[in-house]
Design a protein around this ligand. Sequence first.
Ligand SMILES: [Zn+2]
Length: 524
Amino acid sequence: MKHALLAGIALLTLGAAPLSREPGPKQKVDLLIRGGTIYTGDGAPFVGDVAIRGDRIVLVSRRADVNAAEVIDAKGMIVAPGFIDPHTHLGDDLASADAAKRLVPAFLMQGVTTAFIGNDGGGDPDVAKVLGRAKTRPVGINYAAYVGFGAVREKVVGEADRAPTDAEMGRMKKLVADAMCNGALGLSTGLFYAPQSFAKTEEVIELAREAGKRGGTYDSHIRDESSYTVGLAAAIDEAIRIGREGRLPAHISHIKALGVDVQGQAPAIIAKVEAARRAGQNVTADQYPWSASGTSLVASLIPLWAQDGGRPALLKRFGDASLDTKMREGITENLRKRGGADKLLIVEGRYLNKTLDAVAKERGEDAVTAAIAVIRIADPGVVSFNQSETDIAAFMARPWVMTGSDASGGHPRVYGSFARKYAKYVVADRVLSLRQFIHRSATLTADTFGLAGRGRLKAGAFADVVVFDPKSYAAQATYEAPTLRASGVRTVVVNGVLAVNNGALTGNAAGRALPHKPTAGSCS
Ligand SMILES: [Zn+2]
């Protein structure tokens, strides 16, 4: 019944589109995905076939009359463009000496075929090296890379809280320009994090212009997603201003309202972004579908002044009795903003899977003393439960918000973001339709960042395809067991090669580095 309806829609939609009906001998193809419900990324779904030859899709139609070397029966399945994740922390995995890590199984098993790296201002500023590595170390998924402001600033200015000199500014601009000419997507920042937090807006604008001149995007983990420093609203304003004055598209990473002080602000933040868009600015965002964020204990609790100079300086300050009151007050306040010690789950090291509250009880200390004791040993990753579902749904419903994972260890978002968004926010909560989910998980992302030939199922496009079971596609990863692979993905094709077949990894590493093409004439 449902499929008859879908096929009816398909007839109407495809009436206008040219269908390939080649006479004579049948076209030979390598792979035919037959009889699935096809979401191309743009139009209405229809039941049909996707034919692939080499690394390209050659035919998408209701019936492909071809001679296929291999046929995959997709009846009852959803067939969609491979998903694209604009915010990850997979740089180390993709560069790993371990070939199994470079496959990125957590992503393939969700149908994610392309990821961005170098987000939050991190990564290696030598983008030529980062993108060149795929040739000698084959990867399971495609990737594109930002040049990170933090990496650039650390290289030139170090970790200190001061403005760069003119000479240093010149060196930073050159690093950004070189990275752009070597294929960087744009400039990423994480202005929340020291030492990037020490930079004034004008410094970032000057560097963003170097990316903008070459067709890049400004990607921003904003200065404050909460009420730590300037506040969420002012941090959004700053990101929009950097885009406007840097003359380049601005993209807000993992958009959210973090912590008790700003919960409920999603409508106000959306209004700001949409005002800028109405004024002609290109402003977009990505979002991960979880109410907990992932960060480190230091980043979530230690006041910024105490982080100046990095970990050695922090440890020295812990030992300085004259700073004790100020330090404890700062941590107490940050704990309040985060919703209390029971809202911070440690996901690394000695206190794995224990809340800070539980650690404090175990040690017979108050939460602040326990936090300092834990940080003296190491700075473990934490998940911090700090967003409201109402805000999450409000952001998700906007057409400029795409799916992202912010994949980093210890949080289930690595293994489950795309699958969870489908199972929870499409099927259960109905925040998005399936068509919107697919568009915002592939097509919108490819268009926003100019990934030529990606993000759509159409003849001529690169054959990045996911086939999943609409009844069982779901995240299995949880906060306590964050590394369980998602269920429901049957087939994944990366550049025409089967990466997942019959629900299992094939071991094929067919991913490619995707260098961004700088604007013509912008690199000499
Ligand atoms: Zn971030």
